[in-house]
Design a protein around this ligand. Structure first.
Ligand code: SF4
Length: 346
């Protein structure tokens, strides 16, 4: 099959690609780090994190052996911390199961924690030029428009369809650049809204452009609304101006990170304080904060409570000296409330 649009796209990519740090390497570990960081995160945000992370953990050995706290700290502000935890677990798996060398094939890469189909395809093609595809929403959008395809891209079956198609698009021996050219087209030209068709290198092959369906494609059914959870966030300050923080269990949302204690709606603040052997001296409002995760929203109402006494600590709890929490891995979810706490204490 003659791959006309594919070659036009490749040429355009080679002349116009953005100068990004992970495009200067074929090191599969570095490409892996970049791919994980780029999930749900903008390129401009990722660049400094990527460079710092690789300076701190330059290879699989360094990441495997690092204290998880240091890994979280390097990730702080990027969000979706399970990615950092899985990256380290993945590095440990590469050491244990693959003698420290990343496998070349996408199917083997998927056996590593945190590496799904897309990331496996990206690493296999970009680092090793293996004929693997890397299909995400961007690539499906480009495909749906190029072929004026009306399948719903929210459906798993549609993704399977595009994975099969995309595998057939790859010009021989050029999987890495080709996959990146598709990603680049989706990121810079074939945008979800306001596609820049006049600048598009594959416009002459694009059926959606030809038939005036660009804005109508791809078809995507609406997602379910995220669940909203309401919490009261307590900044308990003792007589030595120490603040109680709790480390979340390793598994689950924000696993291993430190947060101010949170009570779900319906839990009683006074009883919680009493359960720790504390007495509240003064209670002050600390403001509200909202944090949006992928499928979940936290609505938080903060309270600053001066306490005295003490006895038992909640699970994962520790009293932290004033300002000492800056050395802890704190998630962005409570950043606004922690800032309000710092202002109130200074
Ligand atoms: Fe996308 Fe427009 Fe290019 Fe078609 S012509 S691939 S719709 S940017």
């Amino acid at each position: 099959m003659e791959k006309t649009w594919q070659l036009a796209l490749l040429n355009w990519y080679r002349e116009n690609k953005r100068d990004l740090p992970w495009r200067k390497t074929r090191d599969p570990y570095a490409i892996w780090v970049s791919e994980i960081m780029l999930q749900q995160t903008r390129v401009d945000t990722v660049i400094p994190y990527y460079e710092r992370f690789l300076a701190l953990f330059p290879d699989i050995q360094a990441l495997s052996g690092a204290p998880i706290e240091n890994v979280y700290k390097a990730w702080e502000g990027l969000g979706y911390y399970s990615r950092a935890r899985n990256l380290q677990r993945g590095a440990q798996t590469v050491l244990e199961r693959f003698d420290g060398a990343m496998p070349r094939e996408a199917a083997l890469l998927q056996k590593i924690p945190g590496i799904g189909e897309y990331t496996a395809g990206a690493i296999s093609s970009i680092a090793f030029d293996q004929p693997a595809c890397a299909v995400d929403g961007n690539v499906m959008r480009v495909g749906a428009r190029l072929y004026a395809d009306e399948q719903d891209i929210a459906l798993p079956a549609t993704k399977k369809y595009w994975q099969k198609e995309a595998l057939g698009w790859i010009p021989q021996g050029q999987a890495g650049d080709f996959n990146q050219s598709l990603m680049e087209l989706g990121a810079l030209v074939c945008l979800p809204r306001g596609a820049k068709c006049p600048d598009c290198p594959v416009r002459q092959w694009c059926r959606a452009f030809e038939t005036g369906q660009v804005e109508a494609l791809p078809v995507k059914s609406a997602k379910a609304k995220p669940k909203v959870e309401c919490y009261r966030v307590l900044a308990l300050v003792d007589e030595k101006e120490r603040v109680l923080f709790c480390r979340r269990p390793e598994d689950g949302l924000l696993g291993g990170l430190w947060l101010l204690p949170m009570l779900a709606r319906g839990e009683d603040v006074e009883s919680y304080i009493a359960s720790l052997g504390l007495t509240a001296l003064e209670r002050l409002p600390l403001g509200r904060a909202r944090h949006v995760f992928t499928h979940l929203v936290w609505e938080m109402e903060g309270e600053l409570i001066y306490v005295r006494g003490g006895g038992s600590l909640p699970q994962g709890g520790a009293w932290v000296e004033k300002g000492g929490w800056q050395a802890l891995a704190l998630p962005g979810a409570q950043a606004k409330l922690v800032r309000a706490l710092e202002e109130a204490l200074c």
